[in-house]
Write a protein that binds this ligand. Structure first.
Ligand SMILES: Cc1cc2nc3c(=O)[nH]c(=O)nc-3n(C[C@H](O)[C@H](O)[C@H](O)COP(=O)(O)OP(=O)(O)OC[C@H]3O[C@@H](n4cnc5c(N)ncnc54)[C@H](O)[C@@H]3O)c2cc1C
Length: 295
């Protein structure tokens, strides 16, 4: 491990100013579960790390049924998973966030880090996409927002420009009769990254028999997490049925552009994309039909 300077930032403007001045030689430190490993292995270079866990917006966690969820980029997964309101309103997000690493990793790793590391296999990203989550980015020209599905641009790369960092992720309040779910396949029970991951969300009519809208997103089947808009568009207006969900899963499967690597073959990944999409859609429908207790 080479030496680096550690800076504990206290304000958004301070982070922007440091990033604007130092460019490529400085990196944001959140939980460090990706970054420290990458620095040690020489896969990333940085002479200064700026810790954003003391920056108010990046450490904020607020959730209610009218305002939705404000998820500070540096909030540790464990804090999110222990929040009773988030568990009740966003079980589909918890599905994904609870899968990141094991107990030790959960105490450090953040959703912001998972997004900014931009791994094609990042578990939180498909779940955020199907919840219509938006990235709130701070930079030299103030704040602006980018939908999560447009945030990652290539493996390890994002839309963030010089001087910019991710402050928080905003998730809209779940509409009535909404359900979401995330599932992944890994070859062992824990501490591995997805061979394929699939997230789905549905909004049903009051009777729970018709799809008003749906969203599907996949990971580990393309260079970036993949939003499959066509799968949701197919379901909108259709009667809820196993056949309709199987057809949407087939659309997702065809959108996948998997590769063969040490974790699985392209053919296996394509097959899994279909199976997992079908299952997450079914689970999302089940959740959408549950009567939610008022919060
Ligand atoms: C043993 C182990 C198991 C793991 N299991 C999983 C798993 O099951 N699923 C999974 O998806 N991942 C897994 N990971 C990867 C990692 O834990 C996650 O990606 C985690 O969410 C990263 O968050 P972090 O806060 O530690 O990010 P960091 O390591 O602090 O940062 C990651 C990258 O994002 C940048 N960054 C961080 N925050 C910001 C910000 N606010 N603005 C701009 N840039 C920022 C950093 O500069 C760095 O390049 C695992 C890692 C380990 C070591």
């Amino acid at each position: 491990m080479h030496d680096f300077d550690y800076i504990k930032a206290r304000a958004e403007a301070e982070v922007v100013s440091l990033l604007s001045r130092d460019g490529d030689s400085i990196r944001i430190l959140s939980g460090g579960t990706d970054l420290i490993v990458q620095l040690r292995e020489g896969r990333r270079q940085a002479s200064r790390l700026v810790d954003v866990k003391g920056v108010p917006g990046a450490n904020e966690l607020a959730c209610d049924s009218t305002a939705g969820l404000q998820l500070g980029a540096a909030v540790a997964c464990q804090r999110i998973c222990r929040d009773a309101t988030i568990n009740q309103l966003y079980p589909g997000l918890i599905d994904a966030i609870a899968l990141i690493g094991g107990t030790a990793i959960q105490g450090r790793a953040s959703v912001g880090g998972n997004l900014c590391n931009a791994s094609p296999a990042a578990d939180s990203i498909p779940a955020l996409i199907v919840h219509r989550a938006v990235c709130v980015i701070a930079g030299p020209n103030g704040r602006h927002e980018v939908p999560v599905e447009n945030f990652c641009t290539a493996p390890g790369a994002t839309v963030l420009q010089r001087g910019e960092f991710l402050v928080l992720v905003r998730v809209p309040p779940p509409p009535a009769h909404f359900g979401a779910a995330y599932l992944r396949f890994i070859p062992r029970n824990e501490m591995d990254i997805a061979v394929v991951g699939a997230g789905a969300s549905v909004e049903l009519d009051e009777s729970g028999t018709t799809f008003l809208s749906a969203r599907v997103a996949l990971c580990a089947v393309a260079p970036t997490p993949l939003y499959v808009a066509e799968a949701g568009e197919y379901l909108a207006g259709k009667t809820v049925s196993a056949e309709a969900m199987a057809k949407a899963a087939n659309i997702a499967q065809l959108a996948a552009r998997p590769i063969t690597d040490m974790r699985g073959t392209a053919a296996q990944r394509r097959h899994l994309a279909g199976v997992l999409t079908r299952r997450t859609l079914a689970q999302a429908v089940e959740r959408a039909r549950l009567v939610r207790e008022p919060i």
